[in-house]
Design a protein around this ligand. Structure first.
Ligand SMILES: Cc1ncc(COP(=O)(O)O)c(C=O)c1O
Length: 507
């Protein structure tokens, strides 16, 4: 049982008056709280074993061992755990997750990390190499995304940025930057952002952390942001609009030219979330795929998030946030002038940062070069084209919108979650979507290995056939996914998600 299953059970199990009381904000009333606690505990207990498969099979360390373990024993233990987990992603059974994963590439990353494992850009004097790497990562990424063209159009544009720990931190930083910019330059004290429902939850996280109101707007039938709805949602307090290139759920690129122009006219920020597309779309465009402008070539685009740890093929733990001007970037920075520990400044959320990961990111980017990214993109898009064609040939399935390489599909005839179940039975780790129910696969270089796309399509055909032939079959995740989306008590779903995280921390 996974988290979705857990959550959906809540709808079925909880006495309705209790659920309604909980939903009305009465979750702290002793009677309601007692019942909820009991329900939550029971549900969580039922998934604990699945979440902790190594319990009892390998030693646990709730406290420090009295004598340290010897290296060999540690490696032996960790190798065994890794063996349980590697095969699935290496053989291409995952959607997204590992974007390159070739053995030689992984070895290269590991060697570069070993050479730089002690470095920390907070100590610029000790590791000027890390400072060089970070500055060059930002510059290479900016130039890939239209920095020079932006300057040609307007000499005031000096695209710049920072390396962060991932897409979420890049988004957090951009939203904090707009908040502080708008407060200082426009006196806005109740900031709002406007974004389509498909934009990543990292924007809601930013809104929660930084006291910003996030206004979500509907999407069109083609799954792209509804420009008119976004325009209508703009108020005097709007600090920025957001569009994705592409979005996570359906892999669809929002109408960034129209949205950024709207932002430009209203003199507010526009953020392109290119966490997924930043390292793919520039090359897709060169390969002749239909890619609308989405980067700094558009005068209204004032910031972008671009993940080096996804299609940039670096190790997990780096992303780039870019700004059109250094004046804007300065609102991201933190500085403390009166601390007894001395003058202190840092560019992003963290203080100390892993220089080793920055070094790895730089090394991967210069190893790939323009040609490497172009070749990788060609492989991914060709694989995606084969997979899209194969899905189109299955009459029971239909692709949502017109995506390039993150392909969401659903069915008007079958329960798509049962197809997801049948694919899981065949080893696939795909993503279940909601509103509307669908499944997606994000194509990576893992799927471009010989035979993988064919195996995917074969398994998909078989899965569809199986579901057709067994219309009444029960069990699996299908009923659960359906219910999770339909549970009306979203406050309780929120409660349960938080307790799920508690459970992950249980030794
Ligand atoms: C479009 C988009 N934006 C942001 C993120 C967040 O990135 P991360 O998981 O690296 O924080 C993701 C993650 O998949 C994404 O797909």
């Amino acid at each position: 049982m996974d988290i979705t299953k857990l959550i959906s059970s809540i709808g079925g199990k909880l006495p309705r008056p209790v659920a309604q009381a909980a939903e009305k904000g009465l979750r702290k009333l002793p009677g309601v709280k007692g019942m909820l606690d009991k329900e939550y505990a029971g549900l969580l207990e039922s998934i604990e074993a699945d979440l902790k498969p190594y319990r009892g099979k390998f030693p646990d360390f709730a406290s420090l061992p009295s004598d340290g373990m010897v290296d060999e024993d540690i490696f032996d233990l960790m190798r065994q755990l890794s063996e349980h987990e590697t095969n699935r992603w290496r053989k291409g059974y995952a959607s997204g997750a590992v974007y390159h994963g070739d053995e030689k590439h992984v070895k290269f990353i590991n060697e570069v990390y070993a050479l730089n494992s002690q470095s920390n850009p907070l100590h610029a004097d000790l590791w000027p190499s890390t400072i060089k790497y970070e500055a060059e990562i930002v510059s290479m990424t900016a130039n890939m995304l239209g920095a020079q063209e932006a300057k040609r159009i307007n000499p005031d544009a000096n695209v710049c940025g920072a390396v962060t720990s991932g897409g979420t931190e890049s988004i957090l930083m951009a939203m904090k930057t707009y908040r502080d910019w708008a407060r200082s330059e426009k006196g806005i004290t109740r900031p709002e952002i406007v974004l389509p429902i498909t934009a990543h939850p990292a924007f809601d996280k930013a809104a929660q952390y930084f006291g910003i109101k996030a206004i979500r707007t509907p999407i069109e039938d083609d799954f792209r942001a509804d420009v008119a709805a976004m325009e209508r949602a703009i108020t005097r307090n709007t600090i920025a609009l957001v569009g994705s290139a592409p979005d996570f759920p359906h892999g669809i690129i929002d109408p960034i030219p129209e949205l950024s122009e709207l932002a430009y006219k209203r003199e507010i920020g526009f953020h392109t979330d290119a966490c997924l597309g930043g390292f793919v779309l520039p090359w897709a465009e060169k390969l002749g795929y239909p890619v609308p402008l989405f980067d700094f070539r558009l005068p209204g685009v004032t910031s972008m998030s671009v993940d080096t740890h996804k299609y940039g093929y670096a190790a997990k733990g780096t992303s780039v946030v870019l700004y059109r001007t250094p004046e804007l970037r300065r609102y991201q920075y933190f500085a403390a002038t009166d601390w007894p520990g001395g003058l202190y400044t840092s560019p992003s959320m963290a203080g100390s940062r892993p220089g080793g990961l920055i070094a790895v990111c730089w090394a991967v980017m210069v190893k790939m070069g323009k040609q490497g990214y172009l070749d990788a993109t060609r492989l991914i898009l060709e694989t995606a084209d084969r997979i899209k064609q194969g899905i189109k040939e299955i009459p029971e399935l239909k692709i949502l919108g017109d995506p390039l390489w993150i392909i969401a599909f659903t069915s008007d005839e079958l329960d798509i979650y049962r197809v997801l179940d049948a694919m899981a039975e065949r080893g696939w780790s795909l993503n279940g979507l909601q509103y509307p129910p669908a499944v997606h696969i994000a194509i990576t270089l893992r799927h471009a290995q010989p035979g993988i796309a064919e195996r995917f399509l074969e398994d998909l055909r078989e899965s569809v056939q199986y579901v057709q032939g067994h219309p009444k079959a029960s069990g699996g995740m299908a009923p659960v996914y359906g219910m999770a989306a339909s549970v009306p008590f979203r406050g309780m779903v929120d409660d349960l998600l938080r307790r799920y995280l508690d459970l992950l921390y249980k030794v």
